[in-house]
Design a protein around this ligand. Structure first.
Ligand code: BGC
Length: 477
């Protein structure tokens, strides 16, 4: 059994024990399973670089190469990727000087998650207006500032200054934006509100993470986010990106690819999904999409746990005679439940009991607590091991035998066991000799949507535009 501790289940009734064993059979993924998933991801990464594409979008970001350390200037950055908007004013003064960063966060109201496009963009523009008003209240005719827009959703880019939204992921769902250029829409809103900002770069959070982390650590080859969503970016050689139209670049010129591998296995052929994964997908804001992401990312782990809790309850194996009305509410459990539960190593599982009481109004029996704690570990372990497959696949695709991976996001930062479990899975998938050091290591990333986005803006301003994508071939039926 991978990373699970059967002693956690000591003393629980036999019928409950049997049910947990069945769950284990579908949730535990051994080394061969991980290798199979990884090899399929490698194939899809390759397909995604071709004109016809595959499950994984492999979006060309037009971020050309790593920063030199000479990037300078003042940039605004705006990060839109989850529940908050983050606006920063970043001053870069070269690698040997420290970066100055001034920031504010604004919560995206829930009603905007399904709003009209103009309502969404007007809100975003208003936050930027308030930020600038607060920082520069007296300037009559302020100079237009270059703005890097970190938009953490899949887009098709023909340059670094545009991006057509392929589809929404996570919780946002504003249909009018799909198929449209998000830069044009946001810039129009900024102009309507007379916000003195000019979008010079559209950035994905993973690309920002890659660039920010590589700025100080040349061993960084992959930037990854494991938070509400899950994704990674890396540098690919121009010569391997078949879908870029001929442009005058040497074959080994590096271009950052935002893999968007959260979409891996949307055809549902490879991943060992359980009935809980299937139900979670059906109940999610974007059914049928982001199938891999839904097995690993923070937006979904709590919900998966809730679905299992409910089923065990209805089978009489958990929270017997308890009022489960709160547990019936979708998304009532978030990832913090898992992190707190796993951190509870007390014999009586005191913290977990408190958590059940506060969040779910449940007063669990000691055996229930053991089962909950065990299930949390089962889900968290599967997530970390599958997460490692994406990273291992990029390493295999690019032939990186040794490298650093810059990782950001709440799941990595607040779930202490996650990194350790993912490293163990890398060891198994990449066949490192037992007892040897880790060759691919995870590192807490530098600030991707602030510093990384500003660096990308500086690179974009310096280099100007380049290249186009080949039109996708028509599929003959
Ligand atoms: C998005 C990616 C993003 C990731 C992490 C996914 O849902 O599609 O663009 O990088 O979440 O934020």
């Amino acid at each position: 059994m991978q990373g699970l501790r059967p002693q956690l289940l000591e003393g629980i009734p036999e019928n409950v024990y049997d049910k947990i064993r069945q769950l284990e059979d579908s949730f535990v993924i051994g080394t061969p399973g991980l290798k199979k998933v990884t090899n399929h991801i490698v194939e899809e990464l390759k397909k995604g670089l071709g004109v016809d594409g595959g499950d994984i979008p492999m979006n060309v970001t037009w971020v050309m190469g790593y920063p030199t350390g000479e990037e300078r200037g003042q940039y605004l950055t705006l990060d839109m990727g989850g529940t908050y908007l983050r606006v920063c004013d970043v001053v870069l003064a070269g690698r040997n000087e420290s970066v100055q960063l001034d920031q504010s966060k604004y919560k995206i109201p829930e009603n905007l998650q399904n709003a009209q496009a103009d309502e969404l963009w007007d809100y975003v523009a208003e936050c930027l207006r308030l930020f600038l008003l607060d920082r520069h209240p007296s300037e009559e005719e302020p100079i237009k500032m270059p703005l890097a827009f970190t938009f953490s959703y899949p887009v098709t880019q023909n340059s670094i200054r545009d991006g057509i939204l392929q589809q929404w992921t996570k919780s946002l769902n504003v249909p009018e934006v799909v198929g449209k250029d998000v830069v044009t829409q946001l810039q129009a809103a900024l102009d309507r509100k007379k916000v003195q900002a000019d979008i010079v770069a559209l950035v994905n959070d993973t690309t920002g993470t890659l660039i920010a982390s590589a700025y100080h650590d040349p061993e960084i080859k992959i930037g990854s986010i494991i938070s509400t969503g899950c994704n990674a970016a890396y540098m690919e050689e121009y010569g391997a990106i078949e879908k870029i139209e001929e442009c005058s670049l040497p074959n080994d010129a590096l271009i950052a690819i935002n893999t968007e591998y959260g979409a891996f296995d949307n055809k549902r052929h490879v991943l060992p999904r359980t009935t809980y994964d299937e139900n979670l997908d059906k109940l999610s804001p974007h059914p049928g999409c982001q199938i891999y992401e839904k097995m690993v990312a923070g937006l979904y782990l709590g919900e998966l746990l809730r679905l299992i809790f409910l089923e065990l309850h209805f089978q009489g194996a958990l929270f017997a005679d308890q009022d489960i009305s709160i547990l019936k509410q979708p998304n009532v459990i978030d990832t913090s439940f898992l992190t707190i539960a796993e951190a509870d190593v007390s014999e009586s599982l005191r913290e977990l009991r408190q958590l059940c009481l506060e969040k779910l109004a449940l007063e669990p029996h000691p055996c229930d607590l053991k089962v909950c704690r065990y299930l949390v570990e089962l889900i968290g372990t599967r997530a970390a091991r599958l997460y490692a497959c994406g990273i291992a696949a990029i390493c295999k695709k690019r032939g990186f035998e040794r490298c650093h991976v810059g990782v950001d996001g709440a799941v990595f930062n607040h779930y202490p066991a996650f990194g350790k479990r993912a490293s163990q899975a890398l060891r198994e998938v990449l066949d490192w000799p037992s007892g040897s050091e880790d060759l691919v290591t995870f590192h807490e990333a530098e600030d991707g949507s602030g510093i990384g986005a500003a660096l990308i803006a500086a690179l974009a301003v310096k280099r100007g535009g380049c290249g186009r994508l080949k039109p996708r071939a028509q599929k003959s039926n």
